[in-house]
Ligand binder design. Structure first.
Ligand code: CUO
Length: 673
């Protein structure tokens, strides 16, 4: 038996921490011996925690352990910044462990998890520590509360090994009476929500500057969210809904309702719902230290639009900074989000973040009902709510105002001398050419890490998600010159608009969803490029989304560091939109751009680079010199009104059909921690 209390079980009681006596909270000290007995006996491993001079937690403790935590709230951001700084400031891993163990028992668990995750991602000496998937730490942010109740019941009654997966019903948050419910499979997809949470973990907007200031992070904020809207609109069209209306009238009723049916395991409270036709109000919530008027957002919006239309922004010192063709979007991204890199937060405000806050408090703007924020207040849950897309369509509209003000690409800029794309074929093994097949699939995820029950052991939930058959691009390229390199850029968009009419280019360009981007070597003559859909530069494999550590655990420090960063990535199972049972007409677009204009001089070897398009590459420059979204990020040149007219010789389009089959395929197991 250890001399000092063993405390805080980790994992499945395999390891326990042997902590100094003064780490225990006063209320636990009298029970120290029982705690030793309870957790110490079946411990496989004991980890000694060294005694350090403990940092004062001060304001960090003002967020109670049973409250919810939101990065969008200025007070929460501030205390998160402090805790991250404390973790980053520890001199070595031993001190960090000691400090984390001390804080773990005192600090709000969501806040603790977030700050420790950011610190582990950014400390050079913790690159070999793996972060568990967020869903296994906090399943309550992803799963119907009834399922969690069943999981607990099963864990208590059924012995480990005999447990059967608990099925999450596919339609649990609403019925088909609500037309927005047609998109629930997208909005509530576990992988999409995990990607979004992870993106914001990798790209925090407030923390130490060294953590925030990543290459082109403002532009990536614009582009990653622009692609979310493009993908959502694509899905809407597949479901006979029109593109999402941007939330432009901030003082009018919001017709979309949302009932998340999530319960917080931390606070034992239900996440608030929003009924139809609620209206935003000014916020006055003293406990959250937040006062914000709708008019503030409108003022910030107008100032940002004024900057876009005049081409310059004003920094805090009153100097004018031009919004240039290439770097302007990065500055604007930081202004709009906003991040601490905004050159003038006092003047341009905090528009996008405060939009999340205003919406998330729509049900209790002055805290008279003592309610916490709704799902829009948390990046782990925000994408579940239809209003997320209306808000981000509004944000994207402003970015597009800027993009539309830039010079158009000339044919000379777009073309690649001597290179012609001659043919594109999309092959599916044993399937029809140029057709993508989609269907439902079930998969299992283990919840046991995030739930507190005895005896422990795996408890699986079974969820149903969209899936597609893997396919292969076969692209024939003719090169009349010498050996050269190019970048192959692949996008897909619906062929027709909501009315069934062909698109104008200026509308269709915003619908293009990036599927892949990779470097190609071209020899003289005919080149055949074969590339698998599973190698997409926007996605990560299913196992990585859910962090199936036992099956995919890499070895060695570097590999693990990449593994953590690469929790960011669009889920592979959502690469392709759903399509329709009767088939859905799309256009696949392929461009080979001149690598001389794309090249970034760096090695990405060994670095996780397989979801670089939406997530960048850890500790590297964004792996493409062109503007994100190129060549669809600007209005077309004079005289071009259709996609066909836009094409230069190095581009080609191919009609593709997405065929959805309303069948559910059987599960595979994942997420065993
Ligand atoms: Cu990702 Cu609004 O930025 O949620």
């Amino acid at each position: 038996r250890p001399k000092e209390p063993v405390f805080m079980a980790k994992g499945k009681n395999k390891a326990v921490f042997n902590v100094p006596q003064n780490y225990l909270e006063d209320k636990y000290k009298p029970a120290a011996t029982q705690i030793v007995n309870r957790f110490g006996e079946d411990a496989g491993e004991k980890i000694n925690v060294s005694r350090i001079s403990l940092p004062p937690l001060g304001e960090i403790l003002e967020l109670k352990r049973n409250e919810n935590f939101s990065l969008f709230l200025p007070k929460h951001r501030r205390i998160a910044g402090k805790l991250i700084d404390i973790f980053l400031g520890m001199r070595n891993v031993e001190e960090l462990l000691s400090c984390a163990v001390y804080a773990r028992d005192r600090v709000n668990p969501y806040l603790f998890n977030y700050c420790l995750s950011v610190a582990l991602l950014h400390r050079p000496d913790t690159q070999d520590i793996d972060l568990p998937s967020f869903i296994s730490s906090f399943p309550d942010k992803y799963l119907d509360s009834q399922v969690l109740g069943e999981a607990r019941e099963q864990a208590t009654i059924v012995p480990d090994g005999s447990r059967t997966p608990i099925e999450i019903p596919k339609d649990y948050t609403a019925s088909d009476l609500e037309e927005e419910h047609r998109l629930a499979y997208f909005r509530e997809d576990l992988g999409i929500n995990l990607h979004h949470w992870h993106w914001h973990l990798v790209y925090p907007f407030e923390a130490a500057r060294v953590v925030v200031d990543k290459n082109r992070r403002g532009e990536l904020f614009y582009y990653m969210h622009q692609q979310i809207i493009a993908r959502y609109n694509f899905e809407r069209l597949c479901n006979d809904l029109k593109r999402v209306d941007r939330l432009v009238e901030l003082k009018s009723p919001i017709k979309e309702a949302y009932f998340p049916k999530l319960d917080s395991l931390v606070s034992s409270r239900a996440w608030p719902s929003r009924v139809a036709n609620q209206t935003l109000s000014n916020i006055r919530r003293e406990t959250d230290q937040i006062t914000q008027d709708i008019d503030d957002l409108i003022r910030w919006r107008d100032r940002i639009l004024e900057a876009i239309h005049s081409g310059v922004i004003r920094n805090e010192q009153g100097q004018e900074i031009p919004l240039t063709e290439n770097e302007g979007i990065d500055i604007l991204g930081n202004i709009m989000e906003s991040s601490i890199l905004s050159p003038n937060r006092a003047y341009y405000g905090d528009m996008h973040n405060m939009g999340h806050v205003l919406i998330s408090y729509i049900h209790d703007p002055d805290h008279r009902h003592l309610e916490t924020f709704g799902v829009m207040g948390d990046s782990a849950t925000a994408m579940r709510d239809p209003i997320f897309y209306r808000w981000h369509a509004f944000v994207d509209y402003i970015f597009q105002q800027f993009k539309n003000s830039l010079p158009t690409y000339t044919p000379q800029q777009l073309d690649f001398n001597e290179v012609t794309v001659q043919d594109i074929e999309l092959e599916t093994p044993n399937g029809r050419s140029n057709q993508i097949n989609t269907f439902w699939q079930q998969s299992d995820v283990d919840l046991s890490r995030g739930m507190d029950f005895q005896p422990r052991g795996s408890v699986f939930v079974r969820f149903t998600h969209l899936q597609h058959r893997n396919f292969n691009y076969k692209i024939t390229v003719n090169n009349t010159g010498g050996n050269k390199q190019g970048t192959c850029r692949i996008f897909i968009a619906p062929k027709f608009d909501e009315r069934g009419n062909p698109w104008t280019f200026r509308d269709q360009k915003n619908m293009f969803v990036e599927l892949d981007k990779f470097t190609v070597n071209l020899k003289q003559g005919t080149n055949t490029i074969n590339h698998s859909s599973t190698d997409s530069s926007v996605t990560i494999p299913f196992e990585r989304t859910f962090r199936n550590l036992d099956n995919e655990r890499p070895t060695g420090g570097d590999a693990l560091a990449q593994f953590n960063f690469c929790g960011c990535g669009w889920p592979q199972h959502m690469l392709v939109p759903k399509g329709k049972a009767e088939g859905y007409a799309c256009q696949l677009f392929v461009m080979i751009s001149d690598y001389e204009g794309d090249r970034i001089n760096q090695t990405t070897e060994g670095a996780c680079n397989d979801a670089g398009s939406y997530c960048g590459i850890k500790d590297k420059l964004y792996p493409d010199r062109r503007s994100m979204g190129y060549p669809f990020d600007r209005l077309p040149r004079q005289g071009v009104s259709t996609l066909q007219e836009f094409l230069t010789g190095n581009m080609r389009i191919r009609d593709i059909n997405i065929q959805f089959e309303n069948r559910t395929f059987k599960p595979r197991q994942t997420g065993v921690n």
